[in-house]
Design a protein around this ligand. Structure first.
Ligand code: PHE
Length: 451
């Protein structure tokens, strides 16, 4: 058995796990989904999913990770007592690598926009902005190169290990990310006419609700909290015995949700103040926002480019702390289950993610045949992993913790063997046994029109 590292400090644990959770899901996906689904009504359902399903599911992953003390594949197998239980771990390893691939395409676009803002070449006129994005994202070389660069950046951190790579980089990048986010949100909220955007975020319009909205909100909650891909299970295997699992999960959920809301406060007030409706879908941050920045900050001024630069830097940093967790999951599993060193195992997972990333990047217009079920490979991977695989794998994790590993183990992990008290254990067991599974299944059935 190879030696395993641990995180060095509590704050390191929170920042690394929150780094995984806070990502494009918060700053890119959450705002456009909110924009498409009617604002506050979507946010309310999202909040329900985060608190009632996401938090307990995160605690479940932490329990498996820390108690198993190994990569997800081995942790599940060990605790389940049967080889078949390795399956959620395997799914986690594959899906985190796939997400790393398609996610890096979007992160690569951010790098390009970062350079454009820095050099003053960002198109801020509405026709030019749309045209530029269409041309850039459908070209073959540049976006693909950025995708590869982003995955290599991720590898450079992961290969340094848990403390020196993941923990140290999160301690630098996460505070920077918060500062950028705060500066941008305040800047946006003081613009004239910003109040309409704030209203859009906080005043629910229930007429926009449809079965699809529930599935999207649930998928978004799992995606945003990094659940089901076993990245948090992997991180939990580096937790010390003294970590309070329930409280740490609550802190991570809180940080992730706050960042999503702040991202909304950064985008919608500025959009409404510029007279632009925020329902343009995935291209919101690449087509609409440059125009919004231009209109809000007086055209092609230094201020416009500085704000744009800060925004794309924020996106890139948030994405990097997330891709690190995705790559770590595959790397830890492969290196512990084979004789490969961390470096070589990481290299192989990196190549796998690159392959997916390159295909997804090319599927955006350069190669027409890269389509699955009528969508580009990028959109398909995003939908299929986020809305289907992550909730199902989380459902399995809840059932595993609720019914398979025994309530004694759960109680010991939640209470740190009694030192924190066991009074919440029955409520927690009821949640993972009944509430989470019922809600997840109900949302799926509702989506399929079965009730
Ligand atoms: N939680 C990340 C985000 O919000 C995405 C992610 C999904 C990360 C699954 C790891 C695993 O962007």
């Amino acid at each position: 058995m190879k030696e395993r590292e641990n995180f060095g400090s509590k704050i390191g644990i929170i920042l690394a796990a929150a780094g995984s959770a806070v990502g494009l899901g918060n700053v890119w996906r959450f705002p456009y989904m909110t924009g498409e689904n009617g604002g506050a009504a979507f946010i309310l359902i999202y909040l329900f999913c985060v608190v009632a399903l996401g938090w307990p599911a995160m605690v479940a992953e932490f329990i498996v990770g820390r108690h198993g003390g190994a990569n997800p594949l081995r942790a599940y197998e060990r605790m389940g007592g049967h080889k078949a239980w390795a399956l959620p771990g395997i799914v986690g390893m594959v899906v985190s690598t796939v997400i790393c691939g398609f996610y890096s395409v979007i992160a690569g676009w951010c790098l390009q926009y970062l350079v454009l803002s820095l050099t003053g070449n960002l198109a801020i006129d509405s026709t030019a902005s749309g045209q530029y994005f269409a041309e850039f994202s459908s070209s073959a070389v540049l976006p693909t190169v950025w995708t590869v660069v982003f995955i290599l950046l991720t590898y450079a951190v992961v290969v340094k290990g848990v403390r020196k790579g993941i923990e140290r980089s999160s301690k630098i990048m996460m505070p920077l990310l918060f500062v950028l986010l705060l500066v941008l949100a305040v800047t946006s909220c003081v613009l004239s006419g910003a109040s309409k955007g704030i209203e859009f975020l906080f005043k629910p319009d229930f007429s926009k609700l449809s079965p699809n909205v529930f599935l999207e909100a649930m998928g978004q909650a799992f995606f945003s909290l990094s659940l089901g891909a076993m990245v948090l299970c992997t991180y939990a295997s580096y937790f010390g015995r003294q970590v309070n699992i329930v409280r740490s999960a609550a802190q991570i959920v809180l940080i992730d949700t706050l960042v999503a809301i702040l991202a909304g406060l950064m985008i919608f007030p500025a959009a409404f103040s510029a007279g632009i409706r925020p329902d343009s879908g995935p291209s919101l941050v690449f087509i609409t926002l440059p125009v919004v920045f231009g209109k809000a900050f007086g055209g092609a001024t230094i201020f416009t480019y500085a704000v744009a630069f800060m925004f794309y830097l924020l996106l890139a940093l948030a994405a990097l702390t997330s891709t690190i967790s995705m790559l770590e999951t595959g790397t830890a599993t492969l290196s512990e289950e084979t004789r490969l060193s961390r470096r070589s195992a990481g290299g192989i997972v990196t190549l796998g993610a690159m392959l997916i990333g390159v295909l997804c990047s090319l599927s955006c217009g350069a190669v027409d045949t890269l389509k699955v079920a009528g969508q580009s490979m990028l959109d398909f991977c995003d939908f299929f992993t986020g809305q289907i695989v992550l909730p199902i794998n989380s459902l399995i994790t809840c059932l595993f913790v609720g019914y398979v590993i025994g309530s004694r183990v759960v109680s010991d992990e939640i209470s740190n063997c009694g030192t924190l008290g066991r009074r919440w254990v029955p409520l927690y067991m009821f949640t993972v046994r009944v509430v989470c599974p019922l809600c997840i299944v109900a949302i799926f059935l509702h989506f399929m029109g079965l009730f």
